[in-house]
Design a protein around this ligand. Structure first.
Ligand SMILES: CC(C)(COP(=O)(O)OP(=O)(O)OC[C@H]1O[C@@H](n2cnc3c(N)ncnc32)[C@H](O)[C@@H]1OP(=O)(O)O)[C@@H](O)C(=O)NCCC(=O)NCCS
Length: 191
C-alpha cells in the first residue's frame, strides 16, 4: 500500500515532498564531509547519487515503506535538510526515523521541530506503536534530538558500522506510542 508524503507546517518550517528541483541542494548536503561525519555512508561523490535519491523517494512512497521529507525554512524558503520516516512495517506497527540538516542550520532546534512534526503525523495517520532510531555514539547532537523527542536509550550496537574503514558503535533509541508527547507542548527555540 502506498504512503502519501505529507506536507506539514510547523512554527518555522515547511516539510514537503522532494522534487527534481532539490537535486543540487540534496547533493550539496550529502556530499559535505562535515555534515556526514557520523553518517552510516560516505559523502556522495557524484550528482547522479542525488538524482537516484530523489527517484527513490517516489519509489519508497509508492511501496509504502516510508517517506523522505524535504525541510524548508519558512522565513526564506531555504532548503535546510530532510527527515526520513522509513522501514514502516504494518505487521509490527513499527518504523524508523532519521534526519540530516545543513550545518549552517544546526543548533536552532530545527531537527527537533521537523522530526517532531513527522512523528506527530505518523502517530496520527498510521497505526504506529514504535519508532526506532540509531545514532553513532559520538553523535551527541543526534542523541540529544532523540532524547528531546522522548526517545529512550535501549542499548548499544557494538561495532555496528564501518564507514571508510572507521569502526563505530551505535546507540539504539526507541519511542513508544504511549510515551509520545506532541511537540506543541515542547519548548521551541526562537530564531
Ligand atoms: C544531528 C542533527 C540533525 C541535529 O540538528 P539540529 O537542528 O542542530 O538539532 P537541534 O537544534 O534540534 O538539537 C540539537 C541538540 O544537541 C545539542 N548538541 C549539539 N552538539 C552537541 C554536542 N557536541 N554534545 C552535546 N549536545 C550537543 C544541542 O545543544 C541541542 O540540544 P539543546 O536544545 O538541549 O541545547 C544535525 O547535527 C545533523 O544534521 N547532523 C548531520 C547528520 C546526522 O548526523 N544525522 C543523524 C544521523 S543518526
Amino acid at each position: 500500500m502506498s504512503l502519501l508524503t505529507p506536507t506539514l507546517h510547523t512554527a518555522r518550517l515547511l516539510l514537503r515532498l522532494f522534487t527534481e528541483a532539490d537535486t543540487d541542494d540534496i547533493f550539496a548536503l550529502q556530499s559535505n564531509p562535515h555534515v556526514l561525519r557520523y553518517w552510516d555512508a560516505p559523502p556522495w561523490q557524484e550528482r547522479a547519487q542525488a538524482e537516484r535519491f530523489i527517484k527513490r523517494c517516489k519509489e519508497m512512497a509508492q511501496e509504502g515503506s516510508g517517506v523522505r521529507i524535504a525541510i524548508e525554512r519558512s522565513s526564506d524558503g531555504e532548503f535546510i535538510g530532510w527527515c526520513g520516516f522509513f522501514k514502516w512495517t504494518p505487521e509490527f506497527r513499527s518504523a524508523g526515523i532519521g534526519y540530516c540538516l545543513n550545518d549552517k542550520a544546526w543548533g536552532q532546534g530545527f531537527a527537533t521541530e521537523a522530526a517532531g512534526a513527522v512523528l506527530q503525523w505518523a502517530f496520527d495517520t498510521l497505526d504506529l506503536n514504535r519508532v526506532q532510531s540509531e545514532a553513532d555514539t559520538r553523535n551527541r547532537a543526534s542523541a540529544r534530538v532523540l532524547e528531546k523527542l522522548g526517545f529512550v536509550l535501549e542499548g548499544t550496537l557494538r561495532e555496528d558500522c564501518i564507514v571508510n574503514g572507521e569502526v563505530s558503535d551505535s546507540w539504539v533509541y526507541g519511542l513508544l506510542r504511549r510515551d509520545w508527547k506532541p511537540i506543541v507542548s515542547r519548548r521551541v527555540k526562537p530564531n
